[in-house]
Design a protein around this ligand. Structure first.
Ligand code: ADP
Ligand code: MG
Length: 334
């Protein structure tokens, strides 16, 4: 049983960044306006995320890390969104099987915060011999999730990591994506024990400001907004793109479908080829694209670690988006 859980967990969480992505999404889902990430050794030693969202009820803590525990399956519409998000109520459970997980949380109505530790899906005592029950502690409203020693019990996976800085870069990339996407949420990301933050955004900034703040070094001066939608194909697209991007070696595509960061090789290729007629040699596109697609039209059969998404009428939708980009680009100085 435990081995099966561990293997399943290792398929969902392959690198620290996968755990982080789940934790960011949870914090955003909880209505947070501030989200702080702290990282040690590329997330393998420590991954901590502190939010100011609605918190978790004390009574929900005992089952928090059991598989399929979720507070997000309220309506039929939510059930449908399983297709978009790939899986439900498995993130914390998975993490608890392959790391030391602790949660400190306080809801608005609670007089104090509670702290709980988890091992293998269940509450665990902080020290041997102690009770595993959540302990009252001081704290502000919101949730702090601490993931320590990721893959401590999966030595093969642990050995597969070559460098902490490579993992940290993946983490920064992911935080940057959500920091651009999440309007009204202030993000910060830093390495434990080092002064200064590597990413820091304000909650009141505009999308263009956030793009400049995070990708400022690589994004050219013009950031162009575009929109495209079609009821028949069930999509709404809103994007920002730059006229030219000479300082990077490849396309930067921040793609969100139904507010989850995903990959789409087809969209990436289409955007690159749209640009190829506009960009002088050596330039690469920067595009932030947020797509809302009827969840029923998004492919269910995506593997959680691949993050590659397919959807119905993909060709038509991609054509429509690229046409919009083409028209915009034709009117700016590349
Ligand atoms: P899912 O997000 O698919 O519901 P998770 O395993 O990621 O599953 O989380 C399980 C549940 O724990 C969530 O449904 C939510 O109720 C609660 N939760 C997790 N993280 C947070 C958070 N940062 N703030 C408030 N609630 C949270
Ligand atoms: Mg989740």
């Amino acid at each position: 049983q435990d081995v099966t859980n561990k293997i399943a967990a290792g398929e969902i969480i392959v690198a620290p960044v996968h755990a982080l992505k789940e934790l960011i999404e949870n914090a955003v889902d909880a209505g947070s306006t501030s989200l702080e990430v702290l990282v040690k050794e590329g997330g393998l030693k420590l991954l901590q995320i502190t939010d100011n969202g609605h918190g978790i009820n004390k009574d929900d803590l005992p089952i928090l890390c059991e598989r399929f525990t979720t507070s997000k399956l309220k309506a039929f519409e939510d059930l449908m969104s399983i297709s978009t998000y790939g899986f439900r109520g498995e993130a914390l459970a998975s993490i608890s099987h392959i790391a030391h997980l602790s949660v400190t949380t306080k809801t608005k109505d609670s007089t104090c915060a509670y702290r709980a530790r988890y091992e293998g899906g269940r509450l665990a005592p902080a020290k041997p011999g102690q009770s595993a029950d959540p302990k009252p502690v001081a704290g502000r409203q919101g949730t702090q999730i601490t993931v320590e020693d990721l893959f401590y019990n999966v030595p093969t996976r642990r050995r597969a990591f070559r460098s902490a800085s490579e993992e940290y870069n993946k983490i920064l990339d992911m935080v940057g994506r959500y920091a651009v996407h999440c309007d009204g949420v202030a993000f910060s990301c830093k390495k434990h024990g080092e002064a200064g933050t590597t990413i820091s955004t304000q909650s009141a900034s505009s999308t263009v400001d956030r793009i400049r703040q995070i990708y400022g070094g690589t994004v050219a001066n013009e950031v162009i907004e575009f929109k495209s939608a079609n009821e028949q194909w069930g999509f709404k697209a809103n994007g920002w793109t730059t006229n030219a991007n000479y300082h990077v070696k490849k396309t930067t595509l921040l793609l969100f479908i139904n507010h989850r960061s995903v990959e789409s090789t087809n969209i990436r290729k289409a955007i690159e080829s749209t640009y190829s007629t506009f960009l002088p040699k050596g330039g690469h596109p920067f595009t932030y694209l947020t797509l809302e697609i009827d969840p029923q039209r998004v492919d269910v059969n995506v593997h959680p670690t691949k993050r590659e998404v397919n959807f119905l009428n993909e060709d038509e939708i991609i054509d429509a988006i690229c046409n919009t980009i083409r028209i915009k680009l034709a009117n700016v100085d590349t």
